[in-house]
Design a protein around this ligand. Structure first.
Ligand code: TXA
Ligand code: MG
Length: 344
């Protein structure tokens, strides 16, 4: 009851995923409004991509720096052509294999795309999400939707409508509730603007899967260590996914992790269930050991849970920096401010 009252007071409506909600969202977006929507990766905060004022509302609601560009979401590969200046040869095979799905492609942009969407860059980030609600919404609108993750800038990305609500209530009029996001981490970002395609952000579509389709790619510096100089993606220069607690990543065996968690003055752990049970500390769970899919799905809820519990000093078992674990490794690295320790 209290929750409902506060929803009314803050004027942020949460609607369940259905045709009526899509119709309401389309009306809102068409007149320059913004609206939070589920995707298969994380919730996004959407606006009509060609409506400058609407896109500006996204930056204001999130408190996002204006030079950090947004991903443009389309529902069909044919919607890509008017947005780009040239078609890279890798677009077709990648689109065929991974779209709709968690892969964002960076290409040279068409001059008609508003600068506010692309943070003044001459490139544009585009993807086709696979969540049926989001796809249906884009199809109903008939135009591309610009959408960053629907969190306050710097906070962990939202994977439920409640996460969006707790960050943005009172700042946005509408949240479409499509349940928990299936993937739980943001899309893989691959730049197709240079000689060799370059991974800017790892995600559920892995380096190995991409290389099977288009051959070898390179990996941007900021993915596994702090970048020096100008980053390939403006997003790499911001602190991200940060819990309020001080998070340290521990590289080592399960036994060493448990000993370090017990003796290192930590008040919480962030780890798989078996380690959590063994270390005797309160812990936020990354699910069953060795399962990267559930760990990805649980990560952002776990980071938010640590904040709710007012955790101060947290030890996290560091995942492998490759293969299916690279995306989780990258997010944890950034959440910890690149704090990795082998002898805690
Ligand atoms: O899964 C996702 O990608 C989610 C859902 C909503 O689609 N979106 C998302 O958006 O994570 P956001 O804004 O939180 O992250 C997009 C990242 C930012 O780090 C931004 O700097 C980078 O993409 N980016 C966007 N356009 C770019 C461009 N033209 N060149 C390089 N990086 C770009
Ligand atoms: Mg984001």
């Amino acid at each position: 009851m209290k929750k409902l009252e506060s929803r009314r007071k803050h004027n942020t409506k949460i609607l369940p995923f259905d045709d009526a909600a899509i119709s309401e969202a389309e009306k809102l977006l068409s007149k320059g409004g913004i609206c939070a929507v589920p995707t298969e990766t994380v919730y996004g905060l959407a606006a009509a991509a060609f409506h400058d004022k609407a896109v500006e509302r996204i930056f204001t609601a999130k408190g996002r720096p204006q030079n950090n560009p947004l991903i443009v979401h389309v529902s069909d590969p044919r919607m890509v052509y008017p947005l780009v200046a040239e078609i890279p040869k890798q677009l077709e095979p990648l689109a065929k294999h991974f779209w709709p799905g968690p892969l964002t492609l960076i290409m040279k942009k068409n001059g008609l795309v508003p600068d506010i969407v692309t943070g003044g860059l001459d490139t544009i980030a585009i993807r086709i999400p696979s969540h049926p609600l989001m796809l249906q919404l884009i199809e109903t609108c008939g135009y591309p939707l610009a959408a960053p993750s629907a969190n306050t800038s710097g906070a962990p990305s939202p994977t439920t409508a409640e996460h969006v609500y707790s960050d943005l209530c009172g700042k946005i009029p509408l949240i479409l509730d499509g349940g928990s996001c299936e993937v739980g981490l943001e899309s893989t970002i691959l730049s197709l603007t240079g000689e060799t395609p370059k991974l800017l952000r790892p995600g559920a579509v892995t380096v190995e899967q991409i290389e099977k389709i288009i051959g070898q790619i390179s990996i941007a510096e900021g993915v596994t260590r702090p970048h020096e100089g100008n980053p390939d993606s403006p997003g790499l220069s911001y602190t991200h996914y940060s819990p309020k607690a001080n998070l340290t990543l521990f590289v080592g065996s399960r036994e060493d992790f448990v000993a370090a968690a017990k003796n290192g003055g930590y008040d919480h752990a962030l780890c798989f269930v078996t380690e959590g049970e063994a270390c005797g500390l309160p812990y936020a769970s990354l699910g069953a050991a060795e399962n990267s899919i559930s760990a990805q799905r649980l990560l952002y809820s776990a980071l938010r849970e640590l904040d709710e519990r007012k955790a101060e000093k947290v030890l996290c078992r560091c995942p492998a920096a490759n293969g299916d674990w690279l995306a989780l490794y990258n997010r944890l690295l950034r959440a910890s401010g690149f704090k990795v320790s082998e002898n805690v």
